[in-house]
Design a protein around this ligand. Structure first.
Ligand code: FES
Length: 126
């Protein structure tokens, strides 16, 4: 069963911006793109910056620390779309913005695989 929780009210997240909210034991970045809401893991898998404070360009959020970018619709890392951070379901009920884990990340509070070494190999990018 999907458990939606209310994290914000309509108007709390300005258009073209994101804000971070606690969902279970994780922080989730919720973005308002033209009145549509999308939610992904807030923690950048590179070095842990808050993606909610990144710059939103169309459907991509650019990490404020080292400019890695992620698609807010599916969590894909733009340099290699086979690598994803977690996404969350979003719905609006009345004035409430609610999020829920997807089937993929439901009950999974383990760390998201890092794009720096998704297959266990090292990567020298900084
Ligand atoms: S912490 Fe996000 S790109 Fe480095």
């Amino acid at each position: 069963m999907t458990d939606f929780i209310t994290v914000a009210k309509l108007g709390d997240i300005p258009e073209g911006e994101g804000k971070a909210y606690k969902y279970n034991s994780r922080m989730v970045a919720v973005f308002n793109r033209n009145g549509e809401y999308h939610a992904i893991d807030d923690m950048c898998p590179h070095m842990g910056a808050s993606l909610a404070s990144g710059h939103l360009e169309e459907c991509t959020v650019v990490c404020p620390w080292h400019s890695w970018s992620f698609d807010i619709r599916d969590g894909a890392w733009c340099e290699n779309r086979r690598i994803n951070i977690d996404v969350y379901q979003v719905r609006v009920v009345g004035d409430d913005i609610q999020i829920a884990a997807t089937e993929k990340n439901q009950g999974n509070d383990s760390e998201t695989p890092s794009p720096t070494n998704p297959d266990g190999s090292s990567d020298d990018r900084n």
